[in-house]
Design a protein around this ligand. Structure first.
Ligand code: WTA
Length: 656
């Protein structure tokens, strides 16, 4: 059959823009029966036990499926497994042995792409696991990974998993200082990085940043992948080339038998304070949830080609560019570079070239590519696509419909997956074979998990009534177990709002309909989503106040057409410094230096005075209203109400 004619969705004739899986989709899908929600609900612990047995190879079965000592929870207690075994060894004695595991598209785009079969990947991971051992890495040791999107990133992660070392991947566009802060907290012993890489045609000198990141840490050895071939400084006795170490490495490394509750990785993410928190994921529960959400959300079959555009430095990259699909024996595509370089059809060209079937990206990218116009999409045959998905922030209706109609040709469902670094894997979305698919509505909780939306006074919200999204026990197996070295922060952050029975997500939400479909409205704390990247206003403030000219700084998120949100910084200066465009540029650069380019403020507003309470606290609420042209409310209780008038003038406030 001509693929172009297959419709994977049909429109509900009663309601405009509500879609359901077609018969073809239902036939194909792993799950297409609504009843699984009820079945899972009857006994969620037994449900997960069944999934854990079916999806994962255990060296030894657990003795207790779930234990809840509020607020802490554990899964598959006493179970033994290894994730690298599940991602590699289990496939290499099957027909998947020579199947492509990773297809890599580089930037520069004229460079040769690379394909690693499952067997290739298996061999490389085994060798690199032996390299790590030879560098003194043992079970439980932390290893930093600071790499661009090249297959060595999956090799390094799986090699850590193989020997039970705990990786902490740091986004390659983060600065050396950000890397250092994370490596200090993680007390990493080894760092894996690269000489450099290209983005939008520009060479990024990654090793230079890595050198800054290593200073003042406990890192003893640095492994450097030769990627860009740029000149780098290699420190004798500390720095080693990846390819040289690999030459002598033994080809097989016995996978470590790990406990289900052994630590798997730490991933730092932004919270409401200036200090990123080390979200700690454990082996067993993460494996189970990563496996099943990948299989069901994206309905992955052996013949699929799955492309998730997320960078490995974020949780989406961890779970859907590495562990989830590889444990499923799927083929993933990874790419280096940017969506609009060398031209705005880079992604559409890649989808056509390889025949991508499942495509997963962020609303910010969709909005950006939408702006370039339909012609870039229409130039390419995208009929291989079967499922489209999004993650990272609420998707607006216009972007949803464009993605659906223009990219998907009106044939493919859109799976809008809500989740967090903390949840480890997706948790709220419609399933491709069940539906419904409604613009701006994520869907229902994954079978076997349970959520509610609570009002201020702790009651379940009615349909359409806004509230706060919470998760209830049994908590999904892939959830974070704690914040690394800071269980108090874990308790306070996630179980301090509605008590220890409710995991507090920090997201606003409402029930969309009787069926229990959920619409997520976004963060209710000081965490921003800037072009899909999670960032706290406090981190940006910390970066700016390190500049010698600055006395005080308050950062708020302003809405942005493409990026969703952008940071805007309000700054007061020390005597002797004067506002100027140069100083504004310098302050923006300061943020790039301290955090990285993704955090660059969109605007710096230099003022004489910031609105404050009588006790001297900056009123960020007022700044937020000002920048959004929203009503400001009562200012008479401020210590300095006149500052608001001055600000209105300065920013050209259009509200009332
Ligand atoms: C937001 C990303 C609406 C949300 C996997 C959450 C979303 C934060 C969605 C976590 C979605 C993620 N719809 N909002 N489909 N997915 N979010 O840790 O505010 O980078 O709390 O994890 O992203 O961001 P993080």
């Amino acid at each position: 059959m001509n693929r172009k004619t297959i419709r994977w969705v049909i429109e509900d004739p009663q309601k405009k823009n509500v879609f359901w899986p077609s018969e073809e989709m239902k036939k194909r899908a792993w799950v297409s029966d609504e009843s699984i929600y009820e079945e899972a609900k009857k006994d969620p612990v037994a449900w997960w036990a069944k999934l854990a047995k079916e999806g994962i190879v255990w060296f030894k079965e657990w003795t207790e499926t779930y234990r809840w000592d509020p607020p802490f929870y554990r899964w598959f207690i006493g179970g033994k497994l290894n994730i690298s075994y599940n991602a590699l060894d289990r496939h290499i004695n099957t027909a998947r042995r020579y199947k492509a595991a990773i297809i890599w598209e580089p930037e520069p785009v004229d460079e040769q792409p690379r394909t690693l079969t499952y067997y290739d990947l298996y061999r490389e991971v085994n060798k690199f696991a032996n390299v790590l051992k030879s560098l003194g890495v043992k079970k439980g040791d932390r290893v930093g990974i600071y790499l661009p999107m090249i297959p060595e990133v999956q090799i390094a992660m799986l090699a850590c998993a193989r020997i039970g070392a705990v990786h902490s991947v740091v986004f390659s566009a983060f600065s050396g200082q950000s890397l250092r802060e994370r490596m200090v907290d993680a007390e990493a012993k080894v760092l894996i990085t690269a000489d450099g890489y290209y983005r939008r045609g520009r060479l990024i000198d990654l090793k230079k940043n890595a050198d800054i990141g290593v200073e003042g840490t406990k890192i003893e050895k640095v492994v450097v992948v030769k990627r860009a071939g740029n000149e780098v400084n290699m420190v004798e006795g500390r720095d080693y080339w990846w390819h040289e170490l690999m030459e002598d490495a033994e080809p097989y490394c016995e996978p470590e038998v790990l406990d289900s509750e052994d630590m798997h990785f730490i991933l730092y993410t932004s919270g409401t304070t200036g200090k990123p928190k080390g979200v700690e994921h454990h082996v067993g529960g993460y494996a189970v949830q990563a496996y099943w959400t990948t299989k069901w959300d994206f309905d992955l079959h052996d013949e699929d080609l799955f492309w998730c555009t997320a960078d490995i430095g974020w949780i989406t990259g961890h779970t859907y560019n590495c562990y989830g699909p590889l444990m499923n024996g799927a083929t993933i595509l990874i790419y280096e570079g940017a969506p609009d370089y060398p031209a705005p059809d880079r992604w559409w060209q890649i989808i056509e070239k390889y025949g991508v079937t499942v495509f997963y990206t962020a609303p910010t990218a969709i909005r950006m590519l939408m702006k370039y116009g339909d012609e870039y999409v229409k130039k390419h045959d995208l009929s291989s696509l079967r499922i489209l998905a999004t993650v990272g922030e609420p998707i607006n209706e216009e972007a949803w419909l464009w993605y659906f109609n223009v990219v998907g040709g009106g044939r493919c469902p859109i799976i809008d997956t809500w989740w967090q670094t903390e949840t480890g894997a997706t948790l709220i979305n419609s399933l491709p074979g069940i539906g419904p698919f409604i613009p701006t509505v994520a869907g229902r909780p994954f079978p076997g998990t349970s959520f509610d939306i609570l009002t201020e006074d702790g009651k379940s919200a009615g349909i359409g009534e806004g509230g706060y999204l919470v998760q209830k026990s049994p908590f999904a197996p892939g959830m974070l177990r704690t914040i690394y070295k800071d269980p108090e922060r874990f308790k306070k952050q996630y179980f301090g709002v509605y008590g220890e029975k409710y995991y507090y997500t920090s997201d606003g939400a409402y029930y969309y309909d009787e069926m229990g479909n959920i619409r997520i409205t976004g963060r209710v704390d000081d965490v921003m989503k800037v072009a899909g990247h999670r960032l706290s206003t406090a981190e940006v403030e910390n970066a700016i106040t390190q500049h010698p000219a600055v006395v005080e700084c308050a950062v708020v998120a302003a809405p942005h057409d493409i990026k969703g949100e952008v940071p805007v910084a309000f700054v007061t200066l020390k005597p002797g410094y004067k506002a100027s465009e140069e100083l504004e540029a310098e302050l923006k650069q300061q943020v790039v230096k301290v955090i990285g380019p993704t955090a660059r403020p969109d605007r710096i507003v230099i003022v004489n005075d910031l609105p404050k309470t009588r006790s001297g606290k900056i009123m960020r609420r007022i700044l937020k209203a000002l920048i959004r042209n929203e009503p400001i409310g009562d200012v008479t209780t401020l210590m300095n109400p006149e500052s608001v008038e001055a600000l209105k003038e300065k920013i050209g406030y259009k509200g009332s």
